[in-house]
Design a protein around this ligand. Structure first.
Ligand code: HEM
Length: 504
């Protein structure tokens, strides 16, 4: 009996201690006079990061909608048990990303990677801490300058020819209905392998055998999405991140791409070919700055992953929305056909500047904001005004979330936000909404996307060539839902579209 009582006592002490550990900080924001939702034990204020039933973007949007008119510029939330900030005011969003960048230099994704065990992932500017970020970013960005991206235009156009031939061959073999995510990711794999290494990835040929490069990309992404989930969950006990450890990218893919990089450099040096691509830039950079082989691998993978996944996703979703909206599709096709030169092509400048195409891309990124939240870490003590006459001291280490998806889908700014209406961006409104803090298709401030020009060239060229050659119709009435499991926001399930050839 005494033993039973002792065990019960011990259990209640343990439960009590766990309860205390999980909730002791719950008055953090109250003490500072900052409003916010009452946190729940274990789940905090953003339950979906534990429940995994929907994307965290939707929890954030619910809070944004609740508080955006409350007079608060930000609210205090808890990620599991950790106090953090959710911005609900567009001026403050710009303050964090642009005007007060000096105090918010670090990206939360720098905490996803394990600097002790891996070499490749921390070399991506998106995941690098402030000490190294500037140097890494400037090395990558040199290879993606406007003039270099312009020089990549012929490379991309060659791949577009393969894309159109692939769609024709695929229609003949298996019918006119094609799944867009698969198609666009095959295309972006081919573009990046060619632009980054001068290699043919062989993803745009009718062949049922698995494609090694494509599978490696997928494997890399799947593992990294798992690591992101692990990061959020271990907010309950961050020590587990050190104990369990593990790398962000799988070791196997790091090895695979390190070898490809080495072979590509050797091949290029032997051939003395000075094709104006990313590899050419890296070889020049190595000569100038003596960067290491791992630096070259890291920079290549930065371009590869984003130009593969993010860009492929933007392209697939744009084609899907156009296939669902015949008026927008016909309007865009008329714009394209009206701008072609005598050879039936478009110069780089004309392609990039097609106004309605730009609006369609913006509308896609708005509606399925791929990177749904931009999260910075306070790097220098500062004060943020939470409401008129009340400033709060923010200490280094505090994580601040700018819920981009919530701003992009605010019904007061974008009426009927779930509808695809590219005309929202008529008359240069994208720029105006960006200045007002409501629209950040590529992020903002010194950490703005380094690859936006390449991403736009790649996706615009592919979309133009497809619309020149095919009429698209969405198949079925299925209303796709947003994928809760992926870090990159996107419609879940297959995006099926019928490709009807246009007779010229
Ligand atoms: C259309 C496709 C793309 C979209 C919508 C997109 C969007 C974004 C967004 C929203 C950010 C966060 C910016 C911020 O924190 O303020 C970002 C960062 C970044 N993107 Fe992109 N991106 C795209 C294509 C690309 C491509 C093709 C590359 C590589 C060539 C790339 C490389 C990066 C890198 C390295 C960062 C981190 C920048 C830093 O923290 O300094 N992205 N992108």
């Amino acid at each position: 009996m005494a033993a039973c009582i002792f065990v019960l006592f011990l259990l209640s002490v343990i439960v009590g201690l766990i309860y205390l550990y999980l909730s002791w900080n719950f008055n953090f924001w109250k003490k500072r006079g900052v409003k916010g939702p009452k946190p729940k034990l274990i789940f905090g204020s953003i339950p979906s990061i534990v429940k995994r039933n929907r994307n965290l973007a939707f929890d954030m949007r619910d809070l944004y909608e609740k508080y955006k008119k409350s007079g608060e510029r930000f609210i205090g939330i808890f990620m599991t048990r950790n106090p953090q900030i959710l911005v609900v005011n567009p001026d403050l969003a710009r303050e964090i990303l642009v005007t007060n960048f000096k105090c918010f230099r670090d990206n939360e994704p720098a905490l996803w990677v394990n600097n002790n065990v891996e070499e490749v992932a921390p070399r991506n500017p998106f995941m690098s801490g402030s000490a190294k970020w500037k140097g890494i970013r400037s090395e990558v960005i040199g290879g993606l300058s406007p003039s270099r991206v312009k020089l990549a235009h012929p490379i991309v156009m060659e791949i577009c020819k393969k894309l159109i031939n692939f769609v024709r061959a695929s229609s003949e073999k298996s019918g006119k209905v094609i799944e867009l995510k698969n198609l666009c990711h095959r295309y972006t794999t081919e573009v990046v392998a060619d632009f980054v290494w001068g290699l043919n990835a062989d993803t745009l040929k009718i062949d049922d055998s698995p494609n090694h490069m494509y599978n490696m990309f997928k494997q890399m992404l799947e593992k990294s999405f798992l690591k992101i989930s692990f990061y959020y969950l271990t907010g309950l006990a961050p020590l587990l991140r050190t104990i369990i450890g593990g790398s962000f990218y799988p070791e196997e893919t790091d090895k695979f791409f390190t070898k490809i990089q080495k072979d590509a450099v050797e091949l290029r040096l032997q051939s003395k070919n000075d094709r104006p691509d990313f590899l050419n830039y890296l070889i020049q950079l190595q000569e100038k700055k003596n960067i290491s082989h791992m630096d070259m691998v890291g920079h290549s993978l930065t371009v590869l992953l984003d130009a593969f996944e993010t860009t492929g996703s933007v392209m697939a979703h744009t084609l899907y929305y156009l296939a669902s909206n015949q008026t927008a599709q016909n309007k865009l096709r008329a714009e394209i056909m009206g701008s072609l030169d005598e050879n039936g092509g478009l110069s780089y400048e004309n392609l990039i500047e097609l106004p309605y195409l730009d609006q369609c891309l913006h509308e896609t990124i708005r509606i399925v904001t791929l990177i749904s939240v931009t999260s910075r870490i306070c790097s220098e003590e500062t004060y943020l005004e939470v409401r008129e006459d009340h400033k709060v001291k923010i200490e280094p280490g505090m994580i601040v979330h700018v819920p981009t998806y919530s701003f992009h889908n605010d019904p007061d700014v974008f009426p009927n936000p779930e509808e695809y209406i590219p005309e929202r961006f008529d008359n240069g409104r994208a720029k105006e909404l960006n200045q007002k803090g409501y629209f950040f298709p590529f992020g903002d401030g010194p950490r703005i996307c380094v690859g936006m020009r390449l991403g736009q060239l790649e996706s615009k060229a592919g979309i133009v060539e497809i619309l020149k050659n095919f009429h698209l119709t969405k198949i079925g009435d299925l209303v796709p839902h947003i994928d809760p499991s992926s870090f990159i926001l996107g419609l879940a399930g297959d995006l099926l579209v019928e490709f009807e050839p246009i007779q010229h």
